[in-house]
Write a protein that binds this ligand. Structure first.
Ligand code: GDP
Ligand code: IMO
Ligand code: MG
Length: 431
């Protein structure tokens, strides 16, 4: 019966996809509630790698309902590509295992064009977006001029809204952003085809969830990005354009807060970040490059190298508060094997003073120095370990220290990308 939310505690790419795939074994429903195809969630099952940008990471399991909530911004071309790829792999996605919210906003070609052109104009100060049109689509949603899935399914309404939008966006693109205009007719033709392909999957996620709760089903909410990319609580303006925190599992799907039973924060054993923005524990040295190589830290969406650094509990503690975390799941602990000594950032030094609260201003963050605690490393490979007690003493010590510094129990430790490479101390649905 429980509803469990999985979110990222850092700047994304913590391994949410792997954990959601694993937890999906016991879930009946798996639901995305925000973000779009800026996300790249990697699953490794039977040595085969899958990357999902929009489809919830539960899709590889049979008899599960995967849902895309109203808080997601959806690029129909990308979703259709994912559906086709799954079909090539022998996996049938039908309206019986995928439901798309009629309320969600649709990413249009002008959103992508605006995203890319704006970044170009910003030059060195660019955010480093994924260029997928995420920000401009959320802007239109808030401006009340966006095109929702139910608009796309009505060709008359769609055409009227499209014409109005293309007129405005072409003015911006050609007059301010030095870019080419887009053609309404071309977009219309392509998107009407998309609409027909997706029509059978569209419905009410909110009502389906209400039925799920009535049946006492297990519901798993899959966050995208990470807490510090949240539009309100992250390192603004170096953030994404949606609320990433657990609370948005409610607004982004149409349920109430009383339905949520547990919130699980995914925390990489070190820290990474893609794109611009402050990163206090960043390692621009041999250790950073070692972690990047051993962890395969290259973006699942854009292929960009991820910036790497030590674990930062100032960051993680901020996520503990913002999400009301029940547990932590520590991922990629195996990547730290052979790194000795290890460091954990426990506070920042700013203007000669130690602070433990994550600063609001990017300008302040950029001047913060990390205060580290040093821990001994371990040498033996841990990728085959499946029991906490079988971990090397210093690996256990590292995990226990994270628990002490955050005040949150660690109930999952991931020691490799594979579904089975996991030490699970409690079933997430045993609430
Ligand atoms: P997400 O966006 O949070 O789902 O994470 P990504 O899929 O973008 O990035 C995580 C990467 O780490 C993927 O390539 C995963 O296959 C991989 N991964 C996940 N957990 C582990 C782990 O415990 N150890 C190792 N070595 N790789 C992992
Ligand atoms: P998952 O779900 C890591 C980052 C981008 C950029 C900023 C804004 O795989 O963890 P956007 O295209 O959203 O406007 O870009 O946010 N970003 C991510 N970084 N993982 C993600 O998703 C991300 N989604 C967006 O790199 O810095
Ligand atoms: Mg990712």
């Amino acid at each position: 019966m429980p509803a469990v939310v999985v979110i990222g505690t850092q700047w994304g790419d913590e391994g949410k996809g792997k954990v959601v795939d694993l937890f999906s074994q016991d879930a009946d429903y798996i639901v995305r509630f925000q973000g779009g195809n800026n996300a790249g969630h990697t699953l490794v099952v039977n040595d085969k790698k899958y990357i999902f940008h929009l489809i919830p990471s539960g899709i590889l399991h049979e008899n599960k309902m995967c849902m895309i909530g109203n808080g997601v911004v959806l690029d129909p071309g990308v979703l259709i590509e994912e559906l086709d790829k799954l079909e090539e792999n022998g996996l049938q996605v039908t309206p019986d295992n995928l439901l798309i919210s009629e309320h969600l906003h649709v990413i249009m070609p002008y959103h992508k064009a605006l995203d890319i052109a704006r970044e170009e104009v910003k030059g060195k100060k660019k955010i480093g977006t994924t260029g997928r049109g995420i920000g401009p689509c959320y802007e239109d949603k808030v401006a009340r001029s966006g095109i929702r899935m139910n608009d796309l399914l009505d060709s008359e309404i769609f055409l009227t809204k499209l014409q109005r939008n293309v007129e405005e966006k072409n003015f911006l693109l050609t007059n301010f952003l030095n870019s080419d205009p887009l053609s309404t007719e071309k977009i219309y033709r392509t998107y009407v085809e998309y609409a027909e392909r997706l029509r059978p999957y569209v419905g009410s996620v909110s009502k389906e969830l209400s039925r799920a709760f009535a049946k006492k089903s297990n519901v798993l909410f899959e966050g995208a990005q990470g807490t510090h990319l949240d539009i309100d609580h992250g390192t603004y303006p170096y953030v994404t354009s949606s609320n990433v925190v657990a609370g948005n599992a409610c607004c982004g799907t149409g349920i109430g807060p009383t339905q949520i039973d547990r919130v699980i924060g995914i925390c990489k054993a070190y820290t990474t970040r893609v794109g611009g923005g402050p990163f206090v524990t960043e390692l621009e040295n041999e250790v950073g490059r070692h972690i990047q190589q051993c962890g395969g830290e290259y973006g699942a969406t854009t292929g960009r190298p991820r910036r790497c650094g030590w674990l930062d509990t100032v960051v993680v503690n901020n996520a503990v508060r913002l999400n009301g975390l029940s547990w932590l799941a520590i991922t990629k602990l195996d990547v730290l094997t052979g790194v000795d000594p290890l460091k954990i950032c426990v506070a920042y030094r700013y203007n000669g003073k130690e602070i433990e609260d994550f600063p609001v201003q990017v300008k302040v963050l950029e001047c913060c120095e990390p205060v580290y605690e040093t821990l001994p490393g371990w040498e033996d490979s841990i990728t085959d370990v499946r029991k906490f007690d079988d971990l090397p003493e210093n690996a256990k010590r590292y995990v226990r220290r994270v628990e002490e510094l955050t005040g949150v129990p660690v109930k999952l430790i991931s020691v490799g990308p594979g579904r089975d490479q996991t030490i699970l101390l409690e079933n997430p649905f045993d609430v």
